[in-house]
Design a protein. Structure first.
Length: 469
């Protein structure tokens, strides 16, 4: 649950009030606009269709919002356990053309306050063609027996890199961390604790934040979007034991739960081809299918790099969207079976809302285009109000959590997404059979032997990393 700390002031509450007022104004404006356009909607079959779609969309959105809000308000992360209760775990870090960042990732993991005798690190170089392997070797020199390193002879994809690490793992819990991410001291302790407190838990999703938010407009927008996605969406999913995706940036799994589905996951195919994307959601699906609960830990933070250019952002979202379509289809195959002893209603509702979201995007795009063609001024104004209203929820959540005017980036992201990213959903629906990774690029300059701060403008990891040849 998001609450203000004891030292909250009116200055800290101001962003919340502003974002809420903007949302309320958009709502009131939308109601007035709806009255004005009612006659336009009623004109002919097309108008009636537009009116029906609008009413159904608003009703479904409202129902989901109320349901998730009630769940999210009751959410509480599980506190970290004492050392003696924590199980042995292995952290697997797959890396491909990551360069120096993989070294920083491994150092942040090694600095965790998790008992050293219960923690093992494994770094897997998935056939990188840059200096990633050299940085992994440097980490090995510094961390010694605490780190096991593996080098794949050629690039086979993240799923196979994780599998190579899983085979070398030991302990009751498997943790996966992306090689472009940094954890805090208590991240692993908080991530693993739910397994100790509840035997039904098969997987736990960490809380992903943006590491490079000072690198441009896109990272700042995504920072707000991530808070909404995790602190609201995944928090609500966690309340019914069915977080739909444990993120690759930070996730934990019970070892025996993974072992039961490991070969099926490794050899997953789609349309007769190996599934090379969506390994995180695929594994989550299988663990839910086997009857385990999947939770979200708000207090288990990881900071990860996000795209800074439009092209790379589109590639990331397209990969995610294709994976969503595939895994929603996969979950549909078992969702109405008795896959869990406890209530399955929450999981089924999550899937239903996922289906609605996938279908709604292309339909909404088509309907909006038709409406704007019919009456640009009226429907254009209504569209602007709709974007503001939709973005206000993410803005209020971010403002409530952090008390800063950075929450206003939610509105910028709303218009950016509507104007520049709305094509991704429909395109993913007709190309979901494709499996390209799309996003990983080779660094243009070698980094071994260089000394530089990691994102000197960031408050996350300020100290320099110096490696001597």
């Amino acid at each position: 649950m998001m609450t203000f700390p004891a030292h909250s002031t009116s200055k800290r509450r101001s962003p919340v009030i502003l974002c809420a007022v903007l949302g309320a104004c958009a709502l009131l404006g939308g109601i007035a606009c709806a009255r004005e356009t009612a006659d336009l909607f009623r004109q002919g079959l097309l108008g009636t269709t537009l009116l029906l779609f609008t009413l159904v969309s608003v009703a479904l959105f409202g129902a989901e919002l109320i349901w998730r809000a009630l769940l999210a308000l009751g959410y509480r992360p599980i506190p970290g356990c004492a050392d003696e209760l924590l199980p042995a775990c292995t952290v697997v870090v797959p890396a491909y053309n990551e360069g120096r960042q993989v070294y920083v990732t491994l150092q942040s993991l090694a600095a965790s306050d998790y008992p050293h005798d219960k923690l093992r690190l494994i770094a897997v170089d998935d056939g990188s063609v840059d200096d990633t392997w050299l940085w992994i070797q440097k980490a090995k020199e510094h961390l010694g027996d605490r780190l096991t390193i593996i080098r794949q002879p050629h690039n086979r994809g993240k799923r196979h890199a994780l599998y190579a690490g899983f085979r070398q793992s030991a302990g009751d819990i498997l943790v996966t961390v992306d090689s472009d991410s940094i954890v805090t001291a208590d991240t692993l302790r908080n991530l693993v604790s739910p397994f100790v407190m509840d035997h039904r838990v098969g997987a736990v999703a960490g809380n992903v934040r943006v590491l490079n938010r000072d690198k441009g407009i896109i990272p700042r927008m995504l920072d707000v979007a991530f808070v909404y996605s995790f602190d609201f969406i995944r928090a609500s999913q966690s309340m019914v034991g069915s977080v739909m995706c444990t993120p690759g940036a930070l996730a934990a799994y019970r070892t025996n739960a993974v072992a039961a589905v490991l070969q099926e996951w490794l050899h997953q195919t789609f349309c007769g081809q190996p599934a090379n994307i969506g390994e995180d959601r695929a594994l989550t699906n299988l663990i839910i299918r086997e009857g385990h609960h999947v939770l979200f830990q708000q207090n288990s933070l990881v900071y990860t790099e996000v795209p800074v250019t439009y092209a790379n952002l589109c590639k990331m979202y397209l990969r995610w969207a294709r994976s969503d379509v595939r895994e929603i289809l996969a979950m549909t195959r078992f969702i109405f079976t008795d896959f869990r002893r406890e209530s399955m209603i929450g999981t089924r509702l999550n899937l239903l809302f996922n289906w609605i979201a996938i279908i709604k995007v292309p339909v909404f795009t088509l309907v909006t285009g038709v409406a704007l063609t019919l009456h640009l001024a009226t429907f254009g104004f209504g569209t602007v109000l709709g974007v503001i209203l939709a973005a206000s929820l993410a803005a209020v959540i971010y403002a409530w959590k952090f008390g800063t005017f950075d929450s206003l980036w939610a509105f910028v992201y709303g218009f950016y997404s509507f104007l520049a990213l709305s094509w991704i959903g429909p395109y993913a629906l007709v190309t979901f059979h494709r499996s390209g990774w799309l996003t990983r690029q080779v660094s243009s300059t070698p980094t071994i032997g260089r000394t530089e701060p990691l994102y000197s403008g960031s408050k996350i990891f300020l100290h320099e990393v110096k490696i001597l040849d």
